[in-house]
Design a binder for this molecule. Structure first.
Ligand SMILES: [Zn+2]
Length: 190
């Protein structure tokens, strides 16, 4: 199948601004976009199926890594229905289809893995911007993008993580790519 027919496998060239999230210099209007963008378009069955087909699950209590399109270090998913399209961060999509996304909520990664889409109190929860920042500070993260270098680092790391698990879960490859010294699938001790 030609990859050009699969929107999830294309490099991401046009950032679409998302509500409540940082807008980079490229996140302006996209005059070349042919389909109108509808931020309220609900996920379609096809989008949900495509989303699930692009998740690589670490065993046990580990992360569920998004292995699809990545932009600015985060997973992205686009779908369309009835002539309109919508793009969301993959982790927000996960919260959306789990029924956890409410007005003004943002996705918060408790596991500090930007590509994780596992809706779970230990991984990904719906939160508020202020709570997310507090948690980021507590974790030693800034929670916001301080500069382009940091954004670039996060993006490179996420691409490496995605590539590391593209052929299936590989704890050693993931640890190398993510910089994680302790593999996330280490069984808990009893
Ligand atoms: Zn996780």
């Amino acid at each position: 199948m030609p990859s050009t027919t699969d929107p999830f496998d294309r490099p991401w060239f046009g950032d679409i601004p998302l509500p409540g999230l940082d807008s980079g210099p490229r996140a302006q209007s996209s005059p070349t976009r042919s389909r109108p963008y509808d931020p309220t378009l609900p996920p379609t069955d096809a989008a949900i199926a495509a989303f699930r087909s692009r998740i690589v699950k670490a065993p046990g209590h580990g992360c569920h890594i998004w292995a699809g399109a990545v932009s600015d270090g985060y997973g992205r998913i686009s779908w369309r229905s009835a002539g309109v399209s919508r793009t969301e961060y993959a982790h927000r999509f996960a919260l959306l289809i789990a029924g956890e996304m409410s007005e003004g909520a943002i996705g918060e990664h408790r596991c500090n893995e930007p590509l994780c889409v596992r809706v779970d109190p230990g991984h990904l929860i719906a939160s508020t911007q202020s709570a997310n920042l507090l948690y980021a500070v507590a974790c030693g993260r800034t929670g916001i993008i301080r500069n382009l270098a940091e954004r670039s680092d996060r993006h490179a790391r996420s691409l490496a993580v995605r590539d590391a698990v593209a052929g299936g879960w590989d704890a050693a490859a993931y640890a190398r790519a993510s910089g994680t010294t302790a593999p996330l699938d280490t069984p808990p001790l009893f």
